[in-house]
Design a protein around this ligand. Structure first.
Ligand SMILES: NC(=O)C1=CN([C@@H]2O[C@H](COP(=O)(O)OP(=O)(O)OC[C@H]3O[C@@H](n4cnc5c(N)ncnc54)[C@H](OP(=O)(O)O)[C@@H]3O)[C@@H](O)[C@H]2O)C=CC1
Ligand SMILES: O=C1O[C@H](COP(=O)(O)O)[C@@H](O)[C@H](O)[C@H]1O
Length: 605
């Protein structure tokens, strides 16, 4: 379906959202325990005023259990031990679990005094008690690094999830001293309010282990420098390294090749975190992947999409595979449709450069929504091992039917106050809705309706599963005309507040027999009185653990592009004009027609 030319049709007349910061909402420091949260309150209106509390304790316990199982260590404070990884490292002397205590780090004579002094105090009594972990944030002066990556690393350190002998390195082309970098990142570090003991001391200790590397304009030289400084930290210890590539896409290849050649350790594993977007289309992504795979093993690569680090995502599999009551219903036999919704109130200010080139399909659908569907729809994996889960996800992605342009709705918000968004003179979509079908035995004929957009009325992130009607329902005469109102529905929600809801029909108390459609609510706020870890924390910890199930493997990446590239090409060839919608509204009316076409009533906003 070719969409009509831009119209000014407005469904809701909600007032425009006031915005003051140039940072995109998700890069603002996590609200609630940081003074800068007020910025986000202005930016994101109601979404961040909702307290974000949920299962941190459970999460910690889960990690604890997993770690004890995997590594045999306890996390507070923990010494990282190295898993036996056959294909993950360039190591010529593989590091084994339970390695004997190592020797004291040897400091080279040309060490800068700042490192020497921080090393001796940072290592303290723990010298030689295990393998070291160096984490390098490449692009340390960027927005993402400052606002999300360093704070997440500190939160892990603060909660005892990093080994004692960890070294944090910021790498950029700027001429900064260690102290300069410490001052920059200190501004965004926060402590959890639910266990804020010794916050200042821990912050000092963390900053003390943080160093800046001025990579200069030749990344080969820069990476050699990084390698030397990491070796100074590591001494003769067994050493593991994580490189977080938080650099613009155009720098990604040069940086990764340089690091592959010059700064991998040979005495432990090396893992590389790559930020999205993972290419621009199937071809560019393929080329990028080939280049990466010529330098790294597949198992070294962690393609990060922070939205996948939310509890909602882990809960898809937990709910399904740890409860008898859901898995038997998880198929076309009982499920009528599935809706995956990710709408944001914020516009795209502050990420104009990135967004105007990529648009919402590449930004959100390619990774986040397709991964959500893959995890939701996959067959039970052999185990919770990352590769077993990835094996199942990729089958789902390969089974998704070619998208029809008639089953796609594009939108673009209009906001006369947003001077920064250069996408407004382009056809870049800020809203996307589509109907997907998975052509396999489990899901044949079940529409998966997806809807995602920015500048909408409400921040909403949820998966809604609508079940079929009860056959031969004995109560049909008491249900009334609108049978949809009594549809059983399971809702897995991240925003506006974390919850699992199940809509059931029950009897209204009292005489007579009247049915009521009610909700069984699990509100995390009521059940778990703990603070929510940021999703970057969750995913960084997974990388440290070598758990890759939430990171796309190259074949998944390819399959996801195979779904989207043809439709992206058609949109471009046909110059499909997005339907305009008012900022703060409900999005294009076309999405409602799309729902109706596939027999789906979108849940109310
Ligand atoms: N910000 C966002 O909203 C999101 C960002 N991402 C991705 O994260 C990555 C980083 O984003 P963001 O922090 O916003 O970007 P910024 O432009 O704010 O920061 C980029 C960083 O990369 C460094 N850098 C730039 N070019 C090179 C180079 N050739 N070699 C080495 N370092 C270089 C810069 O260092 P220097 O000080 O030397 O200039 C700077 O520290 C990008 O890939 C982006 O696509 C993904 C999702 C959301
Ligand atoms: O990755 C991205 O996510 C943010 C939304 O993140 P959240 O943590 O605030 O839910 C989105 O705004 C951005 O466009 C996208 O790149």
């Amino acid at each position: 379906m070719l969409l009509p030319p831009p119209s000014s049709a407005v469904i809701s007349a909600a007032p425009p959202i006031a915005r003051s910061s140039s940072l995109p909402c998700h890069l603002l420091p996590t609200p609630q325990y940081h003074p800068v949260a007020s910025k986000c309150l202005i930016n994101c209106a109601a979404s961040v005023t909702t307290p974000r509390v949920c299962g941190l304790k459970i999460w910690i316990l889960k990690k604890l259990r997993k770690n004890i199982k995997r590594h045999g260590w306890e996390p507070k404070p923990r010494m990282l031990e190295v898993r036996d990884s056959l294909d993950e490292t360039t190591s010529d002397s593989q590091v084994r679990e339970s390695s004997p205590p190592s020797t004291q780090p040897v400091l080279q004579t040309d060490l800068e005094s700042s490192i020497e002094s921080s090393l001796s105090s940072a290592y303290g009594n723990s010298v030689g008690r295990g393998s070291s972990l160096c984490i390098a944030v490449i692009g340390a002066t960027g927005e993402l690094a400052r606002n999300k990556v360093f704070p997440a690393l500190f939160a892990l350190y603060y909660s005892g999830f990093l080994p004692e002998n960890v070294g944090i390195f910021g790498y950029s082309r700027k001429d900064l001293s260690d102290e300069d970098l410490r001052n920059i990142i200190a501004a965004t570090l926060t402590c959890r309010v639910d266990h804020h003991e010794n916050c200042g001391d821990k912050m000092d200790a963390f900053l003390h282990r943080t160093y800046h590397i001025n990579g200069g304009f030749n990344n080969n030289d820069g990476m050699r420098k990084l390698n030397r400084r990491m070796e100074q930290i590591e001494g003769h210890l067994e050493a593991n390294r994580i490189f977080y590539l938080s650099v613009p896409q155009e720098a990604l290849l040069d940086v990764s090749v340089s690091l592959a050649d010059n700064s991998q350790t040979k005495r432990g594993w090396n893992r590389v975190i790559i930020e999205k977007p993972f290419g621009f289309d199937a071809f560019s992504s393929y080329k990028l992947t080939q280049s990466l795979l010529s330098k790294f093993q597949e198992t070294q690569l962690y393609r990060i999409d922070h939205l996948l680090g939310k509890d909602l995502i882990e809960n898809i599999t937990v709910l399904r595979f740890s409860n008898l009551v859901f898995e038997p219903l998880w198929s076309r036999t009982y499920i009528k449709n599935v809706q995956v919704i990710l709408s944001e109130e914020c516009g795209v200010e502050g990420q104009g450069r990135y967004f105007s080139q990529y648009g919402i399909i590449r930004d959100i659908v390619h990774s986040h929504i397709l991964q959500t569907i893959a995890l939701f729809a996959m067959e039970p994996p052999v185990s919770l091992d990352g590769e077993d889960i990835r094996n199942e996800k990729v089958k789902v992605l390969r089974s998704i039917r070619k998208l029809d342009l008639g089953d796609v709705v594009l939108g673009q918000y209009k906001d006369s106050t947003d001077k920064n968004s250069n996408f407004m003179n382009s056809l870049t979509p800020t809203f996307f809705a589509a109907a997907l079908y998975i052509d396999n035995a489990r899901w044949d004929g079940v529409p998966f309706l997806i809807k995602t957009g920015v500048g909408l009325i409400k921040h909403r992130v949820e998966i809604r599963i609508q079940f079929r009607h009860v056959p031969g329902n004995l109560y049909r005469e008491r249900i009334g005309h609108n049978i949809d109102l009594t549809t059983n529905e399971l809702i897995l929600r991240d925003q506006p507040e974390e919850a699992i809801l199940l809509k059931v029909n029950n009897k209204v108390p009292g005489l007579g027999l009247q049915l009521d459609a009610s909700e069984l609510n699990l509100l995390y706020r009521d059940k778990y009185n703990v603070e929510m870890p940021d999703s970057y924390e969750h995913l960084l910890l997974d990388v440290i653990d070598g758990d890759n199930h939430l990171f796309m493997r190259s074949d998944e990446l390819e399959a996801a592009w195979s779904i989207l590239t043809p439709i992206l090409d058609q949109i471009e060839e046909n110059k499909v004009v997005p339907e305009l919608y008012q900022i703060g509204g409900r999005g294009p009316v076309g999405a409602y027609y799309l729902g109706a076409k596939h027999g789906v009533r979108w849940a109310d906003d």
